[in-house]
Design a protein around this ligand. Sequence first.
Ligand code: FBP
Length: 695
Amino acid sequence: MKSTTPVSMDALLSRPEIKRIVDRVSPEEEERRTYAPPRCKAFARPVTILKETNEYSFFKDLEAKAKLPHIIDNPVQTIVGVTNPDQTQLDHYTRELRIGIVFSGGPAPGGHNVIAGLFDAMKKANPNSTLYGFFLGPDGVIEGQYIEITEPIINRYRNMGGFSMIRTGRTKIDSSAKTKQARETCLKLKLNALVIVGGDDSNTNAAFLAEELYKDGIQVIGVPKTIDGDIQVRDSQGKILCAMSFGYHTAARSFARNIGGLCVDSSSDVKYWHICKVMGRVASHLALEVALQTHANLTLIGEDLADYVDEERLAKAKAEGTTDYSAYGMTLRHLSRMICDAIIRRAKVGKNYGVIVIPEGVLEYINEIQLIITKLNTIIADYNHTHDKDFHTAFTTLESKLEYLRRLVRGIGPDISPALWNARDDELFNDMPEFFQKGLLLERDSHGNFQFSQVETDHVIMRMVKDYLNIQKEKGLYSLGVERSYFNSMLEREGLDPAIYGPIMFENYPDGEYLRIKNTIMSMKTLKQAFSRSGKLDPEAGLPSAIEKIYKKSVPKFKTQTHFFGYDGRGGDPTRFDCDYTYNLGQTVFSLVVNGATGQMAAIKNLEQEFPKWEPIGIPIAPLMRLEERAGRMTLVIEKSLVDLESNAFRVSKALREKWLAATPENDDYRSPGPIRFTGKSEEERPITLMLNSI
Ligand code: FBP
């Protein structure tokens, strides 16, 4: 036998074709990095200026007026390109600037392009200007941890997802000590401006910092980031200024692509219900977009559930001359019934499979849960305000936390407000499964938000669904429809006449395309009894095997697979829409900074329309603020935008609900959105939600 000397590993690894194959940079990444997003018209001019517009009005909160006096009266500013600037304009525009940028909150695809857009604009105006990136979120500003962003650094991250260049964090600059340190960092770096790329809470923080740093002449600009899509700005007359935060499109497309795959799997293997929880801490925008992208069989929209009115109960109460206030809003019990109803209806036409989309924050819209969350928020915050150790350090186990709550019911302890937690709350809470109790008692995030991503919402709901389905099964109400042609052919194969056996077993033989076992037949035993009574069964011979087989097929097994979509999508590479959007946000930031704005949020108007109609603007942040309960206290924050039940997007999805549920013998209506492709024509230009709402 001939022996060959193997090529050494070093030699193998140094071969160019192997190097190329295992290179860290994939061909897709290479292509992405070279993509140059188009710029809004104004940015193609040598200089941009800001124009105030009185077209928009806002209701200003009294508290915001008092706390943010220097920025509360900021106007909306449009960014206008100047074709032939005079020397003064040029000198002003091209002066050397020092800007710091920080990510705050969860990652959202496109963040790197905000930095790239800002970097390109400032270097084009003056190559000596400096851009600093603060590490690990607001902590980087507080602790003075930063890096100077240079061309080679930024080039590695152009059009790429994540926030990995400078990373992110959730610290809130909320105390005078933290504000002082942040101010010192800005002064030490001689910053002209600090840019905060974040969600509603982080933009709120940006406004407060703008106010704090006003006298130092340091400008603060916010950028609307969050996959949740809940930063949408309208003025008091409903005119849209910012249709969507960045990152939403990519996250929704990424979830939809995977959920589309599950739709195909479930209708191929026909044995699973795929339960898909999708991110979105409070608002259900992501779930709505996923529904429109995939046509999953059932998508819950939190805002819709909250709007639910039990007309039957209302009518009953009215007949008794009373009003039943508990008829307004959805309970967990009712929600599980609603889901069961959909599952049972599909089973009747032989479909014991499907896909359900559950928004992560759906429990926020369920009456009894919302109440418990608010109460626990207050209890934990009260405890933290009055004790040295915080609640979660003082009570590390579930049992010790529960004991504290029990003490509240018993009214023990000087620091305790018994009215807040009563015997009824305790009873309700104790009825919940342990994992859910733990979830509800979890530590709140730095902004006082309940951390829905840590709670197994889907398990809570599906546990109730399973229990109720079992009850319905025992009553013979949850059974699987048997296709008539299948029944006929199986019986004929055994030489039996379907016309004789069909009417004994099924309630709708021979008319139904899908035959339903009679409610009275709940087991093999009752099936035999039905046949014996009809005189069609020879007691010696037992049931014909075809009948037994058909019966077994009609008994559904409810099998689920649960999936969570969130972190995968928010870490994905941005869609072209998000690439273009964020690059132009970065350019907008520069125009706002160079023209002296502060307390403004960079935004792009007309996002819902084609690119040539996009208009860069600055939106005043302070007038967007409202008082909200956070960590048990009323706090000024930017109001979250929830799904508008009057919007085209929601109304269309509602109108198509029955079609997507497909509880008919016809095929399912699943839509395959396909992957996020950077090239080619497969991807739509912008979120379907936006497209529908723009009509
Ligand atoms: P932001 O509001 O910071 O953009 O975060 C949104 C989000 O992705 C939510 O959808 C989710 O509930 C949460 O972050 C998860 O937070 P964490 O990263 O702390 O698990």
